[in-house]
Design a protein around this ligand. Structure first.
Ligand code: C5J
Length: 237
């Protein structure tokens, strides 16, 4: 088990039973001209998540962990887009309209895809989802259960929408969730702070909160202890 410092108390996890979730690191949320900007948001701030998430992805790949990348979006014929989502509010463009990076939040369009820095590699799961909660309308639970996954390291955007919805849904399904605070962001800093506080409150009522540095340090320490243990065993035998 790896022991990672976290709020509200250390998070213990077994890499063999852990998946890294990368939620909606899509151009539509992180680049100008996409869904996030049509809602009136400054999307540039979300890009601070890329560098720490790259490091966590590399560590997860080195540990041979299951990595799942989600993408929020809809079928080109929009048959999976209910009117409540399509018609709400007053965006400059609606889901399905033509934008600078293709049709807004539609599968197969450039804007719908994952930013190049965090692009999936072969063998990783890409999960398309019509909603905010990654379990809604998807086979995520089946995929995780088939691999014996019990722990989720959660990264992604935006904190109080798809990340929080997914963490809550995962928690109700029995997964132990750790959210990495520098690997998630919101267009609203106060929403991010409140969400992370709510997740860890009341004795980790939804899950734990830590940072990429604390996670990576704990992985390195655990590798060092395993090596020292092996050397000691070799000396003893
Ligand atoms: C939003 C998401 N914010 N991925 N989606 O609509 O958080």
């Amino acid at each position: 088990m790896i022991n990672t410092p976290a709020k509200p108390f250390p998070y213990q996890w077994d890499p063999a039973k852990t998946a890294l979730l990368c939620i909606d690191f899509q151009r539509d949320f992180m680049e100008p001209g996409g869904f996030g900007e049509t809602l009136g948001n400054d999307v540039s701030t979300l890009r601070t998540t890329i560098e720490p998430t790259e490091k966590v992805l590399e560590a997860a790949r080195n540990l041979g962990m299951l990595v799942v990348h989600t993408r929020e979006g809809h079928r080109p014929d929009l048959t999976d887009l209910h009117p409540a989502k399509r018609d709400r509010g007053n965006p400059t463009l609606r889901i399905g309209d033509d934008g600078p990076r293709g049709r807004i939040l539609v599968r197969g369009e450039v804007g719908h895809d994952i930013v190049p820095e965090l692009y999936p590699v072969e063998g990783e799961v890409i999960l398309d989802k019509p909603g905010k909660d990654s379990f809604y309308g998807t086979d995520l639970d089946v995929i995780l259960k088939a691999r014996g996954i019990e722990y989720l390291l959660i990264t992604g955007v935006t904190t109080e929408v798809c990340v929080q919805s997914t963490a809550r849904a995962a928690n109700d399904r029995g997964y132990e969730c750790l959210i990495l605070e520098d690997c998630t962001d919101s267009y609203f800093p106060e929403f991010k702070a409140s969400t992370l506080d709510m997740i860890a409150a009341q004795g980790a009522i939804v899950g734990w909160v830590s940072t990429s540095a604390e996670l990576l340090d704990s992985i390195a320490s655990s590798a060092d202890s395993a090596e020292e243990g092996a050397v000691q065993n070799a000396k003893d035998s």
